[in-house]
Design a protein around this ligand. Structure first.
Ligand SMILES: NC(=O)c1ccc[n+]([C@@H]2O[C@H](COP(=O)([O-])OP(=O)(O)OC[C@H]3O[C@@H](n4cnc5c(N)ncnc54)[C@H](OP(=O)(O)O)[C@@H]3O)[C@@H](O)[C@H]2O)c1
Length: 306
């Protein structure tokens, strides 16, 4: 029987178990994917510990996970774009990808090119689509300067590269440990914490035109204080501040489609986008994977491999 991550009630990482489940059967329009790699995301922590119960309640036993890359093993009725054995990456909205076998809507998948590793393919979808949406929302043009908070994180590490690709100068907020990676990717690294506004102003020189916030905790207000227009601030996490100051909140839902995913895969294939992989865990070590993510200091993505 295939194995999948399940939890029976809200709680810490210790509620996560890997159990045997019945083999999923694809409905019309779906395919069954044998997972090779699946990324993990902080939002899954908030769902699992019950913090998002009011907005997105869980039903138990609950699965988890959106990101996946793998091999197509079965086709539902009406699926013509895919064949058995095809290699694909994509996402499910059904909290299900941390498993050996996953049902996915056929239209939520794109081809995995051989040059893109399984780990990178499985790590890309949510973080990539979120970074894409956030960078698009602040409408960068050549010569703009944009600041990205959480610049070394799963979303931030992709957002800084997409912003560079759009022709902007990029200031990335990160701990010292991650400054070399940012510099290597054409980003001016700045440490967060006490005095960050002054350090950003010094680094930006002519001023800050846009702000992408992937961390929350006051960065929207900081951006307003730096003189950034609200419509050129996008936060993927601080909805309260966005409402207060009129900033944007475009995130994964605004770009969750195969077209965007295909574009990102093309950039990776062309060597124009790197998805840093912080660590790879076997599915059995799902608890350890989230323990590491919960520290909130990873460079790039953490991936599960069934
Ligand atoms: N709305 C959506 O659709 C959506 C989608 C994806 C993610 N999100 C949310 O977006 C956030 C980021 O996700 P992620 O996957 O990128 O998380 P992540 O990979 O855990 O990123 C954490 C990053 O935050 C940085 N950081 C820690 N303390 C900081 C501080 N005080 N100021 C600035 N940066 C700090 C860390 O940098 P250092 O290691 O350099 O310290 C680390 O690189 C999460 O809250 C997640 O829930 C929302």
């Amino acid at each position: 029987m295939p194995r999948a991550v399940r939890f029976e009630h809200y709680g810490g990482v210790e509620v996560l178990e890997v159990v045997e489940v019945s083999r999923p059967v694809p409905a019309a329009g779906q395919v069954l994917v044998r997972v090779k790699a699946a990324g993990i995301n902080p939002g899954e922590i908030s769902i699992r510990d019950g913090r998002l119960h009011e907005r997105w309640p869980a039903t138990f036993p609950s699965g988890e996970g959106s990101d996946l890359a793998g091999v197509i093993e079965e086709l539902g009725d009406g699926v013509e774009r895919w064949a058995l054995g095809d290699e694909a990456l994509g996402f499910t909205d059904n909290r299900a990808s941390h498993a050996e076998l996953v049902l996915v809507e056929a239209e939520h998948l794109v081809v995995r090119p051989p040059g893109v590793s399984w780990e990178v393919a499985g790590a890309l979808p949510v973080a990539g689509m979120t970074a894409y949406a956030a960078v698009r929302a602040v409408a960068l043009t050549t010569g703009d300067t944009v600041v990205v908070s959480g610049a070394a994180g799963g979303v931030g590490s992709l957002a800084v590269q997409l912003a560079r690709h759009a022709g902007a100068g990029v200031v990335g907020l990160a701990s010292k440990e991650h400054h070399p990676w940012l510099s290597e990717h054409g980003v001016i690294p700045v440490s967060y914490g006490e005095g960050v506004a002054e350090r950003i102003s010094d680094a930006a020189g002519a001023g800050v035109d846009a702000f992408v916030d992937t961390f929350g905790d006051g960065y929207v207000e900081l951006a307003i204080g730096l003189g950034v227009a609200p419509e050129r601030i996008d936060t993927i996490i601080d909805y309260e501040a966005a409402q207060k100051f009129g900033a944007k909140t475009e995130a994964s839902a605004a770009a969750a489609n195969a077209e965007v995913l295909g574009e990102l895969v093309g950039l990776i294939e062309g060597g124009e986008l790197e998805v840093p992989i912080a660590n790879v865990y076997s599915l059995d070590r799902v608890q350890d994977a989230y323990r590491e993510l919960e520290h909130r200091h990873t460079l790039g993505k953490i991936v599960l491999v069934p």
